[in-house]
Design a protein around this ligand. Sequence first.
Ligand code: PLP
Length: 375
Amino acid sequence: MRVEFGDLRLDEAAKENLLDCIAKNWISGGPKVKQFEEEWGNLFGYKHNFAVYSGTGGDIGACMALYDLGAQRGDEIIAPALAFAAVGEAILQAGFKPVFVDVEKETLNIDPKIIEQKITPRTRAILVAHTMGKPCEMDSIMEIARKHNLIVIEDSCEAHGAKYKGKFIGNWGDMAVFSFYIAHLICCGEGGMISTNNERIAQILSSVRSHGRKGGQLYFDHERLGSNLKMNDMEAAVGLSEVKKFWWTFDTRKKNLIYLLYKMKDLQKYAYFNLEGSNDVVCAHGFTVTMKDPKYNCAALYRFLEDNSIKCKRNFGSMPTQHKAFAFLGHKLGEFPESEYIGDHGLHFGVHQFLSLDDLDYISEKMHEYFKRFE
Ligand SMILES: Cc1ncc(COP(=O)(O)O)c(C=O)c1O
C-alpha cells in the first residue's frame, strides 16, 4: 500500500533505548516504563499515569476501577454504539453491561442529547470515545455525569493531544485511556496508558494494573480483582522516543489533514469529513469520509481506493447491531440508525506524519477521480 494508516520509524533514540534495555538485561516493566509515564503525563498535564499493555487493557482497567467507586458486578456503563470494538469488549470483560447510545453522523461521537434517557439506577459510568480525534462535547457530558453521580471515562485512544474548550481531552473526565498501537500518534508497537488527576483513582489503578495487589509486606495479597495490565520496558523504550517528537508528529499530521480538507473542499457536497469545530482542536488520527447519501456508494469508494493502494478502514459500525460479536446482547438492527448508517456508508484512511506532499496530492486526485462520476 502506498498510503498506510500509520507508520513507525524507529529513530536513533528508540534504538539506543532498546539497546540500553538489552545491556541492562531488563525488559519487563521497570525504569523505562516509569520515565515514559512521567514524560507522557508532562505532555498534557495528567497527574497520574499508568502504562498498560494496550488501549484495550486500559479500557478494561479503567472499568475495573469502578468496583472501588461503588459499582457492583452487572451494573451499567453508557457507551457510544459506534466506536472501535474494544470499548464494548472492555465493559463486558470487566463484568459490566454496556448500554449503547447512538452517535452523531457529523462528528462520529456519542450524542449527548440522548444520554440521559439511558440512565437507570444501575448506571455507574459514561465511557465516551473521542472518535477519529474529534473531541466529544465534554461540557454537556460532564454536566449529565455530575447530576447523576456518574464516573466519566474518556477513551482517548484516537485523540492524543486533542483539546476541547482549551483543555486537553483526558482532563475533563475522571480517567482517560490511550492506545499506542501503530495507527496512533504515539506508537510503542503495542501499548496503552490510563491517566487520571484523581489521587484515589490513581491508587486503585495502580493495584488493578497488577492483579489487585495491596502493596506492602506480603507479595501475594490481593485486595481487589485486577489483572496483569502492565507495559514492558521494550515498549516504553520506543514510547520515550515518540514522546520527544510528539508535537512534531501532531503538527505534521494536522497539516496533512488541513491540506487534504483544503484540496477536497469541493467534495464536501458528497460526504462528511472530520472538520474542526470552534470549540475543539482535533487530533489528526485519520481522514474520515461518511457519505451524505448512500447513492455515493461507500463500498465502491473503499474498493477503488484500495485498488489504488490507499489503505481503507470501515468507520467501525454499530457494535450492538452490526457486529455478530455483540449479538448475544439482543439488540435489533434499526435501534442505532446513525451508527448503522456510518457503519455502512463511512470509511477512513491515513494522514500519518510520513506521507509526502505527493502522497497527499495523490489521495486528493483519486478521491476526485472517484466522485467525478456523480457530477
Ligand atoms: C477508541 C479505541 N479504543 C480502544 C482501542 C484499543 O487500543 P489497542 O489497539 O491498543 O488495544 C482503540 C484502538 O484503536 C480505539 O480506537
